[in-house]
Design a protein around this ligand. Structure first.
Ligand code: AMP
Length: 176
């Protein structure tokens, strides 16, 4: 089972990816987690990644695709994986297509995103970065959703409400 979770920041995609990974005993591969870890390195690369994360922009498509390709080629991903945050746009998908079976898109409003993120108080969550990520999501990730819709593998999930309820919505749709 190869599942992709897509949603704007603050949609809870990472939490849902954790729950799915645990439930199906599959590895969760999160590009956001990978980059946050790399940003802690005391090197020129670490400093650059940190700057990009804090600005709300995306890391280079080729670099990201390479990292994901290597990770998904690991032994632990052979039975499947829960992918969180990749691909983010059509270009990444063209460079390296993870060939997922199902795509869950978590839907929440921009107002709710801003409300949730300002409450979480993370270093990369300045209002400027939040707005930048939202505009990139609308410009780059929404067209990717259309692509998955045309493939017939997109499942849209209402991202409002309690974590457990959202998880039930996802599992319901998986069983159908
Ligand atoms: P996330 O935790 O998925 O919201 O990702 C946090 C940040 O990591 C994003 O704002 C980007 O700067 C970077 N990032 C995560 N996934 C990708 C990706 N697929 N392509 C480029 N940058 C990414």
């Amino acid at each position: 089972m190869k599942i992709l979770l897509i949603g704007p920041q603050g949609s809870g995609k990472s939490t849902q990816a954790d729950l799915l990974a645990k439930d199906f005993n599959l590895p969760k591969i999160s590009t956001g987690d990978i980059f946050r870890e790399l940003s802690l390195q005391k090197s020129e690369q670490g400093r650059k990644i940190k700057e990009i994360l804090n600005s709300g922009k995306l890391i280079d498509d080729f670099k990201t695709a390479k990292i994901v390709e290597q990770r998904l080629n690991s032994n632990d991903c052979r039975k499947g994986f829960i992918l969180d945050g990749y691909p983010r746009n059509k270009k990444q998908q063209q460079i390296f297509d993870p060939k997922v079976d199902k795509v869950f898109a978590l839907k929440i409003s921009d107002e709710e995103v801003i409300k949730r993120l300002l409450a979480r108080d993370r270093e990369d969550d300045s209002i400027k970065a939040i707005k930048k990520r939202l505009s990139l999501y609308n410009e780059q990730t929404m067209p990717l959703l259309d692509y998955y819709k045309n493939q017939g593998i997109l499942i849209e999930i209402d991202g409002m409400g309690e974590v457990e309820d959202i998880f039930c919505r996802i599992k319901d749709r998986l069983q159908k």
